[in-house]
Design a protein around this ligand. Structure first.
Ligand code: HDE
Length: 696
C-alpha cells in the first residue's frame, strides 16, 4: 500500500472543509446580532441602504446558481479509490496502473444526459459514468457512459443530437424524455444512430442502481509505454453486483414516488458501508492489428465484441465516501477528456477529438473562468507549478517577480521537467484537408443486429415495447414510418413488430438475411446474480402478525446484506401474535412497492385479514407481482396473494405447491423459505412470469 496516496485527496480537502460554527458573521467576519429584521427608518419605515448585512445576504443569495451542465445536468457523485491488480508498465507509463501497491483516490459522478438538474433519476436515458483519478502524475479523467457506443460518429453532430433529444424548443416539453418527435426525427434521418438507439431502447437505459451499471470509455484510446510504443485500448467498468435494470413501467412510477431513487440508493449504500465496487477491464489491440476488424476502431458507434478481444481485468474501484457538500463537489466537479496522464493518449476518433475541445470550453462558462481547476474537488494531488496567472477567483497567491519562461530573475523557475513528463504518441499523420466520412465508418447496421441477436427473449420483448412506447409518442406518422424503415435493416421481425405497435405500414422483407452473429456478453441475462447487497425488501405487517416469522425472515436477509423494512398501515409498532411489539420502519402509505426489490407477507390471521381489506396493501403485492419481483408468503400470508386480482393459478390455490415464477409460499418461516426467498431475490427479476393480465 502506498503511504502517500490512499487519502491524499481526502487530506487535501480537509483544509477546505468548513463547519459553520461560532457566532454569525458577515463574509468579512463582522459579527451579526440580528438576521431577522432589516435596518429601517422607524419600525414601520423603509429599509435603509446602509444595511450592509441585508445587502450582502441577499446579493449572495441572488448569485447562488450557476449554469447547469448543458448535458448530464442531473448527477450524483462519490469518492473512492482505485487499485490495479498488477503492473501494466509493459503497456502504459501511467503510474496509477503500474503497481498493485499504488492506490489512487477517485471521484466518480454518475448522471443522466437529457434532463435538467431537478429531473427524475429513472428516466429512459444513457447514464454518464465519469471517473476522476487523482494520480501522482496529475488528474486523469475517464469520462464514460453506461453504454459502449454513441449516437453519432463526428462531434460536429453533437449540438444537433442534443437539440433533438432535449425538450422541444417552442414549448420546452418533454422533460428528460427521448419519447418525442424531434429526437426520432433526427435519429431516423441519421442511420449512424441506429446501433445506439438499440441500446437506448434496451433495459440498459433504466438501471436499477448506479451500483448495478457497467461503464465504458466508448472511444478507442491509446496506451503508450515508456518506450513510446502504443496499444489501442477500450475501457470497461464491470459492477461486482452485476448489471441489473428496472421494469419500464416501474421506472416511470418511481419518477413520481422517488425522483431521487438512484441518487439515494448510491448515497445510502455508502452510508451503510456497502461500498459499491467495479472492476476495470481493458480490451487491447496491438497497433499492427488496427485493421483486423470489419469495422473501424476509430468509429464510436462500434464496440469490439468481447468474444473477439477479451476484456482483461486490470484493477478494482471502490466508492467509500459521500461528498460533504453537493454543490461544492458534485456540481463543481469538472471532467475533461483531455485530462490525461503520461501513458494514456487519444486516437483520431472524430467524436473524441471534439470532446477534447468541448469540455474545457464548457467549464469556462459553467464555473466562471479559467481558475476552476483550483476548486477543491478539481485540484490535483500532484504539484502544480506554472506561469499561468490572475483571472476571476484566483485563489493562489503566487509569489515572486517572474511569471514567464524563460527567466533568469526567478531562478529559471518553474524549470522544464525532464522526467515523468507527458509525451504525445508520435503517430504519423498525413492527408489532404477534407470534410468526408471515411468509407470504413459506413456500416450502420451490422452491430445493431449483433446487439439484437445477443439479447434474451425477454430483453427483446422489452426492446420492442420500448420502441413502441417511444415511437407511439411521436405525433408525426412519417417520423414513425422512417424509423421503422431504418429498423428493417437491423431485423425484419423487429421492424414489423414495432410497425404493428405504432400503427404504420409494416415494411417489406428486404430478402437478404442479416448475419447471425451474437455476443453473449452483451446480454444482461449473462451478468452476475446472487448478491443481495443493498437489495430492498418490504415486509408487510399489521397487528397480530406472526412476529417470529417476520423477524426470522428479516434477520436472515439482513445477514446477507439486504435492507429489510417492516411496513404497516401506520407508523410506530404493531402487536405481534406472540404478544410483543414489532417496530415498524414506515407506513406503507409513504412508500410504494416500486421502491423495493422484493415483498414478503408473514402470517398471523389478524394481520393478514386486516391487510387483505386494505386496497393499498393488496396493490403493493399486486404491483410487485406485475413488476416480476420475488414474493414470499408465509402461512396465512399466502391468502393476501389470492385476494388481490392475481392471475388464476395464484389466487385459486394459494398453498398449492405448483411453482409460480419468483413466488415462494410456505406454512412457516423456516430456513428453506428464507433460503429460497434469498435465491429468488438474487435472481433480480422473474421475467418468465406472465404479467400481461395483471392490472395494478
Ligand atoms: Fe459529453 N459532455 N460530450 N460525452 N459527457 C459533457 O461537459 C460532449 C460524449 C459525458 O459528470 C459536457 O462538463 C461532446 C460521449 C459525461 O460532469 C460537455 C460530445 C460520452 C459527462 C460535453 C460528447 C460523454 C459529459 C457537459 C461529442 C461517453 C458528464 C458538461 C463530441 C463516452 C460529466 C460538462 C460530469 C458532459 C460535450 C459525447 C460522456 C458539453 C461535444 C461519447 C459522463 O462538454
Amino acid at each position: 500500500m502506498n503511504e502517500e496516496t490512499p487519502d491524499a485527496k481526502n487530506r487535501q480537502l480537509e483544509n477546505d472543509r468548513t463547519d459553520s460554527e461560532g457566532p454569525l458573521t458577515t463574509e468579512t467576519g463582522v459579527r451579526v446580532e440580528d438576521t431577522d429584521n432589516s435596518l429601517s427608518a422607524g419600525e414601520r419605515g423603509p429599509t435603509l441602504l446602509e444595511d450592509f448585512h441585508v445587502r450582502e445576504k441577499i446579493t449572495h443569495f441572488d448569485h447562488e446558481r450557476i449554469p447547469e451542465r448543458v448535458v448530464h445536468a442531473r448527477g450524483a457523485g462519490a469518492y473512492g479509490h482505485f487499485t490495479p491488480y498488477e503492473g501494466l508498465s509493459d503497456l502504459t507509463a501511467a503510474h496509477f496502473l503500474s503497481d498493485p501497491g499504488v492506490t489512487t483516490p477517485v471521484f466518480v459522478r454518475f448522471s443522466t444526459v437529457a434532463g435538467s438538474r431537478g429531473s427524475a433519476d429513472t428516466v429512459r436515458d444513457v447514464r454518464g459514468f465519469a471517473v476522476k483519478f487523482y494520480t501522482e502524475q496529475g488528474n486523469y479523467d475517464l469520462v464514460g457512459n453506461n453504454m459502449p457506443v454513441f449516437f453519432i460518429q463526428d462531434g460536429v453532430k453533437f449540438p444537433d443530437f442534443v437539440h433533438a433529444v432535449k425538450p422541444e424548443p417552442h414549448n420546452e416539453i418533454p422533460q428528460a424524455q427521448s419519447a418525442h418527435d424531434t429526437l426520432w426525427d433526427f435519429v431516423g434521418l441519421q442511420p449512424e444512430a441506429t446501433h445506439m438507439m438499440m441500446w437506448l431502447m434496451s433495459d440498459r437505459a433504466i438501471p436499477r442502481s448506479y451500483r448495478t451499471m457497467q461503464g465504458f470509455g466508448v472511444h478507442t484510446f491509446r496506451f503508450v509505454n515508456d518506450r513510446g510504443q502504443g496499444t489501442f485500448v477500450k475501457f470497461h467498468w464491470k459492477p461486482l453486483l452485476g448489471t441489473h435494470s428496472l421494469v419500464w413501467d416501474e421506472a416511470q412510477r418511481i419518477q413520481g414516488k422517488d425522483p431521487d431513487y438512484n441518487r439515494r440508493d448510491l448515497w445510502e449504500a455508502i452510508e451503510r458501508g456497502q461500498y459499491p465496487e467495479w472492476e476495470l477491464g481493458v480490451q487491447l489491440v496491438p497497433e499492427e492489428n488496427e485493421h483486423d476488424f470489419d469495422f473501424d476502431l476509430l468509429d464510436p458507434t462500434k464496440l469490439i465484441p468481447e468474444e473477439q478481444v477479451p476484456v482483461r481485468p486490470v484493477g478494482r474501484m471502490v466508492l467509500d465516501r459521500n461528498p460533504d457538500n453537493f454543490f461544492a463537489e458534485t456540481e463543481q466537479v469538472a471532467f475533461h477528456t483531455a485530462n490525461v496522464v503520461p501513458g494514456i493518449d487519444f486516437t483520431n476518433d472524430p467524436l473524441l477529438q471534439a470532446r477534447n475541445f468541448s469540455y474545457l470550453d464548457t467549464q469556462l462558462l459553467r464555473l466562471g473562468g479559467s481558475n476552476f481547476q483550483q476548486i477543491p474537488v478539481n485540484r490535483p494531488v500532484a504539484e502544480v507549478s506554472n506561469n499561468q496567472r490572475d483571472g476571476f477567483s484566483q485563489h493562489r497567491v503566487h509569489r515572486g517577480q517572474t511569471s514567464y519562461y524563460p527567466n533568469s530573475l526567478g531562478g529559471g523557475c518553474p524549470a522544464l521537467a525532464d522526467e515523468g513528463v507527458y509525451r504525445h504518441y508520435t503517430e504519423k499523420v498525413e492527408g489532404a484537408k477534407v470534410r468526408k466520412r471515411a468509407e470504413s465508418f459506413k456500416d450502420h447496421y451490422s452491430q445493431a443486429r449483433l446487439f439484437y441477436n445477443s439479447l434474451a427473449d425477454w430483453e427483446r420483448d422489452h426492446l420492442v415495447a420500448a420502441f413502441r412506447f417511444e415511437l407511439g409518442k411521436c405525433e408525426e406518422l412519417a417520423v414513425r414510418q422512417r424509423e421503422v424503415a431504418n429498423l428493417v435493416n437491423v431485423d425484419h421481425g423487429l421492424a414489423v413488430a414495432v410497425a404493428e405497435g405504432v400503427g404504420v405500414e409494416p415494411p417489406e422483407d428486404p430478402g437478404a438475411a442479416g448475419h447471425g452473429d451474437s455476443s453473449p456478453a452483451l446480454s444482461q441475462a449473462n451478468t452476475a446474480f446472487g448478491d443481495l447487497t443493498g437489495r430492498q425488501v418490504a415486509v408487510l405487517v399489521d397487528h397480530g402478525v406472526d412476529g417470529t416469522a417476520a423477524e426470522a425472515l428479516r434477520d436472515a436477509l439482513v445477514g446477507r446484506g439486504a435492507v429489510v423494512e417492516m411496513l404497516a398501515p401506520l407508523d410506530g409498532a404493531v402487536r405481534t401474535r406472540e404478544g410483543g411489539d414489532l417496530p415498524v420502519d414506515r407506513s406503507y402509505t409513504t412508500v410504494s412497492s416500486v421502491l423495493y426489490d422484493a415483498v414478503a407477507v408473514p402470517g398471523g390471521p389478524d394481520s393478514v385479514a386486516s391487510l387483505a381489506e386494505d386496497g393499498e396493501a393488496r396493490h403493493f403485492v399486486l404491483e410487485a407481482y406485475k413488476h416480476h419481483k420475488p414474493i414470499a408468503a408465509v402461512g396465512q400470508g399466502t391468502s393476501l396473494l389470492s385476494g388481490g386480482g392475481l392471475p388464476g393459478r395464484l389466487s385459486e390455490s394459494p398453498l398449492e405447491t405448483e411453482s409460480i415464477e419468483g413466488v415462494v409460499r410456505s406454512p412457516g418461516a423456516d430456513s428453506d423459505l428464507t433460503e429460497e426467498f434469498a435465491r429468488l431475490i438474487g435472481l433480480h427479476r422473474h421475467w418468465e412470469r406472465p404479467t400481461d393480465a395483471v392490472s395494478a
